[in-house]
Design a binder for this molecule. Structure first.
Ligand code: SF4
Length: 337
């Protein structure tokens, strides 16, 4: 038996016995699989399941998603970050409905013609939903391939190595098994090699010596003004500002006004913030200090009734702050209509 064949058999037997029960694995619905693949980019499984289920309750079909207004889509995406993914998903849904009569592409080449679909996502959806025999390489697969081969691979050589190992009869299961192995056993730190189904075939059995410099997390402190009027309308209102439509990040999303120098701008003057929380975005760890004070006058600012907050397209950090301040109930945030 060749090494590739042995690898396939062992990996698929392990996957059949140990795969996680994830909502998008319960059927082969291409829409569900597509949404899950977009959400999983830059987000861990455990952190996205609740968002995924809420999003599908709100937009259960591609037709419903295509017909939605962008602010509703962004509001349902709130908490996942990287909002460009939501905008692209929405744009692609419109193409599927308006230009393809709500019929999904089948091959990975066809999927790549949709807005925001790259090589990885096209291959993942085509192999899982339509059993196209095409390999998938994400960060987890890359790690497994490199450790199994005992050498650093990059670019096209990674895709070739994945194609060589691919089980062409069960491509969807094989690719998901590779990703699952990387996520749960062959983890970035301290891989669980003793429980690994392909340990006998692995050239490394541990971490490959890293040739890259470790990316260091930056630390930053930021301050926000929480200006809340309990007596305005039903349940009060809070002052928020909208990010410019042309902003590079989270364009058009609502957030609390930032105060660069609280010692100068907090009115009435105070020495301590109301509370502090931590928030991490890619390579930056934020210490977020929230001051209950008058909001500084800012362009794009407006008083928003708190009953409107659950449907508002807010940044994840703004949602976190308002929940911590008990102005926005976590339960309400899940009832987007
Ligand atoms: S033996 Fe260890 S390093 Fe090799 S693939 Fe399995 S978990 Fe990863």
């Amino acid at each position: 038996m060749t090494r590739a064949l042995a690898f396939r058999r062992k990996l698929l037997a392990w996957y059949d016995a140990h795969q996680r029960d994830l909502p998008w694995r319960r059927n082969r619905n291409p829409y569900n699989i597509w949404v899950s693949e977009i959400m999983l980019q830059q987000t861990r499984v455990a952190a996205m399941i609740e968002h995924y289920e809420r999003f599908l309750r709100r937009f259960p079909t591609v037709e419903k998603l295509a017909a939605a207004r962008e602010p509703s889509v962004l509001a349902a995406w709130s908490g996942l970050g990287y909002y460009r993914r939501a905008r692209m998903l929405h744009a692609a849904a419109k193409v599927v409905v308006r230009e393809k009569d709500a019929t999904f592409p089948v091959t990975s080449a066809e999927w790549r013609e949709l807005p925001g679909i790259g090589r990885y996502t096209a291959a993942a959806v085509a192999c899982i939903a339509f059993a196209e025999p095409v390999a998938v390489v994400d960060g987890n697969v890359e790690r497994v391939l490199q450790r199994a081969a005992g050498k650093t691979l990059s670019g096209e050589s990674l895709w070739q190595a994945a194609e060589h190992l691919l089980d062409r009869k069960r491509p969807g299961d094989f690719n998901q098994a590779m990703m699952e192995l990387g996520a749960t056993v062959c983890t970035p730190r301290a891989p669980a090699c003793l429980t690994c189904p392909v340990m006998e075939l692995c050239a490394t059995r541990g971490e490959l010596p890293s040739s890259r410099k470790q990316i260091r997390q930056r630390k930053r402190e930021i301050h926000f003004a929480l200006d809340y009027r309990p007596d305005e309308g039903n349940g009060g209102s809070v002052f928020l500002v909208q990010r410019p439509q042309g902003a590079k990040l989270m364009a058009g999303m609502w957030e609390l006004p930032e105060i660069p120098h609280p010692e100068l701008s907090v009115r009435p003057a105070m020495t301590q913030p109301a509370f502090t929380l931590r928030h991490a975005i890619t390579v930056t760890d934020y210490t977020v200090r929230v001051w209950r004070c008058e909001a500084p006058g800012q362009p794009g600012g407006r008083w928003i009734a708190t009953r409107k907050l659950p449907k508002l397209a807010m940044t994840g950090l703004a949602r976190k702050i308002l929940q911590k301040a008990e102005i926005l109930q976590e339960r309400n945030a899940g009832h987007l209509k």
